[in-house]
Design a protein around this ligand. Structure first.
Ligand code: SF4
Ligand code: SF4
Length: 74
């Protein structure tokens, strides 16, 4: 039987991110990085640059103090 590989889509609501980097530090899959650009609040926000590496552990969602991250199963 063929193995089904789940894909996960990591969404960062960048305009609400205060750039604390907690999600970046806690992600073992190295999915997230700090942006070079600033958001409207003047923060370098988190970006999900390697969503394909995400294993859906939800740690980033749990550690974000501002509920900025969402992870969807595809
Ligand atoms: S769900 Fe887990 S693997 Fe995916 S981005 Fe968040 S912390 Fe990283
Ligand atoms: S934990 Fe939340 S507020 Fe902090 S950098 Fe990540 S998305 Fe932004």
């Amino acid at each position: 039987m063929a193995k089904t590989i789940k894909k996960h889509n990591v969404v960062v609501k960048t305009e609400y991110c205060k750039g604390c980097s907690l999600c970046i530090e806690f992600c073992k899959q190295n999915v997230l990085e700090t942006s070079a650009d600033l958001n409207k609040m003047g923060y370098n926000y988190a970006e999900a640059l390697r969503s394909e590496e995400c294993n859906g552990c939800m740690v980033c969602v749990l550690v974000c103090p501002d509920l900025v991250l969402e992870v969807y199963n595809e």
